[in-house]
Every structure is written in C-alpha cells, then in structure tokens.
Design a protein around this ligand. Structure first.
Ligand code: MEV
Length: 312
C-alpha cells in the first residue's frame, strides 16, 4: 500500500493577484490530507473519500475531483486499464474553499502513487504532478496552492507567466504566528470566480491597474512586516488586502461580517483567503489569548473555525 500527505494552506497576501504574475505569500497549516493507494484486481479506480468537510463541499467538487484524479494518474503514467487502484483520502484537513483542500489531495495522491510504484520522485516532481491535478479544479491555477501544500512552511511565490519555473522562496520567521481560520460555510467554484475577475480586469484595465499598484505596495510591505515580526503593521496590511479583494468583488456580505467579528474581538487583521465569494477568512492574532477570543467570537456567531500557527 502506498501512502502520502499534503498540507492545507492559507494565503496571507495575493489570492487572485497571483494569477497575473504578482507576488503572493502563503503558508502551509498543520492540518493535512492523507492518501493511501492499493492495487486491486479490477481495472479503473475506486475512491473512498473520508475527508472531513464543510457540508456539501465534496458533492459540489465531485466532477472536478474526477478530472483531477485522472490528471494526476495520467501525469504519473499509470494505465488504469492494466492496473486498477483503490484510492482512500482522509486526514484532519477539513475540506472547505480557501484552505487548499484540492491541492492537498492532489499532493497526497501524487505522493501515495510515488510510494506505491516506487518512482523515487522528489518534491519538485510531486509538485508538478499536483499542479496537473489542480487543473481539474480550475483550468489555469497559479500554482501557489500546490506549492505551499507540497513544500510546507511560509512561501513567497511569483507565477512565471512565460514558460519556465515559478519563483518560490521559503521564508523563516523568528517565532510562529497565531492565526484563526473560519469558514463561511459556502463552497466557491474557483474557475468561475477567477474567470469573473479576469473578465472585470479585461473590461476595465485602468481600474485593475490602479488596484494592482496598491496591491504591489501591500505585498512588498507585508513581506517586510513578516520578516521583522511587525505584527501590528502586518495586520493593517491584511485589512488593506481585504479591501482590495472587496474591490475585485471576491468578498461578500457574509465574509465582510466575519472579518468585522474577528476585528471586534481583537484581531490585528482579517481578510478573505483563497478564492472568495464564500470559503474562508484568515485572521491574524497577536497572542494565544486573543486567538482564543477571536476563535470563540466566530464560533459563537455560528461559523466553523480553527486555530493554527504559521511559520512553524
Ligand atoms: C485559490 O486558492 C487562489 C486563487 O488565486 C487561484 C490561483 O491562485 O490559482 C484564487
């Protein structure tokens, strides 16, 4: 039996902007998707998807998941007509939009196949296989999710818009930062939301260019604030990034309400993370006591929430 795992992730700066080659910062979170693969007598594959989920997530993503699994299997070069497989997904990463659930399952599957078929692939190759899998969920992924999910840690990422490798740097923090992630309970469709932002950008390039200018400053200062552990400033920049995501129409009433609950409970900053129009917010907290308060405030308001550390 082959086994593999992939980290969940949270984007601190740059969802959507990363698609257009702008820098972004993402961090793996501790929760993971696990995968096992076993050879079976029959052809084709059987899938047991035991991952915990926000209600409705797996059903909504099922058709995309089938394309994704096939993409990974094709990239790895397994002929399911000759060798059938049983694929089992599990782990403690709760599947929701925004937490990198699709990327984590692609990475876990690629690693499990690598293990089962003794391919000896390194992380770069696993990342490439997972990127092919990500295309099943959204035709033109930037690659940030599978990169954070494969390599872990805190990742500064720039998508290469030409052919050639993306830029990827792993940042080290002086000490871990406490965060809260909370789910709106709504599952977003990444390809639809990304395509919609692209349409708005193409319809009004000057408007988008102004937002990009502001975003470039946010991510530049965001990286500095992280490296200097200036959490107050980091939080303000996350709030600013949220404003820019509102402008490109990927926030909504629920996400704005959640962000305000978190800020009122003492968060230094809070924003949409990932695709938006549903999915998750992420929240920067200065210390574990405030992390508890923010977590509780979001839970009391009826949202699923998780405490996490980044930069570990
Ligand atoms: C989704 O987690 C992040 C997006 O920027 C899409 C992508 O980077 O491929 C919305």
């Amino acid at each position: 039996m082959g086994q593999g795992s992939g980290f969940g992730k949270t984007i601190l700066f740059g969802e959507h902007f990363v698609v257009y080659g702008l820098p972004a910062l993402a961090s793996a979170i501790g929760d993971k998707t696990l995968c096992t693969v076993e050879k079976i007598e029959n052809t084709g594959y059987i899938l047991n998807d035991d991952r915990p989920e926000i209600p409705g997530y797996k059903e909504k993503k099922f058709d995309e998941q089938k394309v994704s699994i096939q993409n990974v299997i094709n990239f790895i070069g397994i002929d399911l007509e000759k060798q059938g497989l049983k694929i089992t997904l599990g782990g403690n990463l709760v599947c929701a939009s925004g937490v990198g659930a699709s990327a984590a399952s692609c990475v876990a599957l690629a690693r499990a196949l690598n293990d089962e078929f003794n391919l000896g692939w390194n992380d770069d190759k696993i990342n490439e296989a997972a990127y092919e899998g990500e295309k099943g969920y959204h035709g033109t992924p930037s690659g940030i999710d599978n990169t954070a999910s494969t390599f872990g840690g805190l990742v500064y990422f720039i998508r290469n818009l030409e052919s050639g490798p993306n830029t990827m740097e792993t940042l080290k923090l002086d000490k871990p930062i406490s965060m809260v992630i909370a789910s709106s309970g709504m599952t977003a469709n990444t390809s639809v939301v990304v395509a919609d932002v692209r349409k708005k950008k193409e319809e009004n390039p000057e408007w988008f260019e102004e937002i990009v200018k502001e975003y470039n400053e946010v991510v530049k200062q965001g990286r500095e604030a992280l490296e200097n552990m200036n959490l107050d400033h980091l939080g303000k920049l996350m709030n600013k990034n949220h404003e820019l995501l509102q402008k490109v129409t990927v926030s909504n009433e629920t996400l704005d309400k959640m962000v305000n609950i978190a800020r009122d409970a003492g968060a230094l900053g809070a924003k949409v993370t990932g695709t938006g129009r549903g999915g998750n917010i992420n929240v920067l907290t200065p210390d574990p006591a405030t992390q508890d308060k923010v977590y509780q405030a979001l839970k009391d308001a009826g949202y699923a929430a998780w405490k996490t550390l980044i930069g570990v």
